[in-house]
Design a protein around this ligand. Structure first.
Ligand code: HEC
Ligand code: HEC
Ligand code: HEC
Ligand code: HEC
Length: 201
């Protein structure tokens, strides 16, 4: 009810603001340049605006919000006993990325940006694959240097969204699984160059 009402209310306000702004630009003689349109690299799913953030797993009082776990987990994990993607039961049919794409409509990434890859006709590489042996070796070396995890789909061996993104709130899990939690874009980089984890030079 509320939401629908808002839908009709907003255009009315916007229309009002527009008329007001048109008046202003008249008196200033020259209309201001409209802001340059920037295309965000990713669309945000409609669901994002309407639901609670499932990555918020600890409240201000420091209590764990166990209810949020079941957005992605079939049952609430025992954080004392479960220490791997193999230990937990996640909510999906065949593809673990479904957990994320329910809310996040992302284009193929990363690797869509940067000088070498913006040439016309360049297709972003599919990262959700079984890593080649060269990449797998790099991942093993990186895991010696960096105290993180790079979980793969235990069934298919493929890279998944959670290989690079930490879905948990900082402080929920301990040790390696906490690395990168709540970092920018939830990347398991925690400030390091995440590309280098797998593409070492
Ligand atoms: C937004 C989705 C999402 C939510 C919400 C979520 N998890 Fe997870 N969780 C995952 C995914 C995906 C994995 C597998 C990848 C990994 O290990 O991080 C995982 C793995 C885990 C693991 C194994 C970690 C390890 O060491 O590899 C534990 C423990 C866990 N979750 C506990 C929890 C608890 C407790 C909650 C609720 C307070 C929770 N999770 C909420 C997605 C989620
Ligand atoms: C129930 C919906 C939901 C699910 C499921 C979910 N997320 Fe999110 N996610 C959100 C919301 C809400 C935010 C906060 C968005 C914002 O602040 O713009 C968010 C934020 C993020 C961000 C940070 C985006 C930014 O712009 O900084 C990343 C990355 C992310 N989620 C990855 C994941 C991954 C990976 C999974 C699956 C393991 C997942 N999410 C599952 C709703 C969800
Ligand atoms: C190989 C690592 C990797 C994998 C796999 C990956 N991402 Fe990302 N993701 C990144 C990086 C790096 C960024 C930062 C922007 C960029 O470089 O494209 C990012 C950005 C994002 C953002 C933030 C976009 C924004 O501006 O709001 C979201 C959300 C996201 N990824 C979700 C996902 C989901 C969902 C999947 C699985 C379908 C996924 N990612 C798989 C590395 C990865
Ligand atoms: C978790 C490991 C992982 C991470 C992190 C990662 N990649 Fe990749 N990347 C791969 C895999 C796997 C392939 C597929 C080719 C292969 O298996 O050798 C690939 C392929 C590519 C390709 C196609 C060309 C090539 O080398 O085959 C580009 C470009 C690329 N990645 C860019 C990036 C960028 C940019 C980042 C950081 C934002 C990044 N990748 C992070 C694993 C990763």
């Amino acid at each position: 009810m509320h939401r629908n009402f808002g839908k009709y209310l907003k255009p009315a306000i916007l229309a009002g603001a527009f008329i007001f702004m048109a008046g202003v630009s008249f008196s200033a003689q020259k209309a201001p340049e409209p802001p340059k349109e920037t295309t965000p690299p990713y669309e945000r799913g409609e669901a994002l605006g309407t639901i609670i953030n499932p990555h918020e797993q600890i409240n201000d009082a420091g209590e764990i919000l166990w209810g949020t776990c079941t957005v992605c987990h079939k049952q609430i994990p025992d954080i004392k006993k479960e220490h791997s993607i193999k230990d937990v039961q996640l909510h999906f049919e065949d593809n673990p990325n479904e957990i994320c794409t329910r809310c996040h409509l992302v284009k193929k990434h990363p690797g869509t940006e940067g000088a070498s890859v913006t040439m016309s006709g360049y297709a972003a590489p599919d990262h959700l694959v079984v890593p080649s042996s060269a990449i797998a070796t790099n991942m093993r070396i990186s895991l010696k240097d960096v105290p993180t995890i790079l979980p793969l789909d235990p069934k298919s061996g493929k890279i998944i969204c959670a290989t690079c993104h930490n879905p948990h709130e900082r402080g929920l899990l301990t040790g390696r699984a906490d690395w990168g939690a709540d970092f920018t874009m939830r990347l398991r980089s925690a400030g390091l160059d995440i590309c280098q984890y797998c593409h070492r030079k």
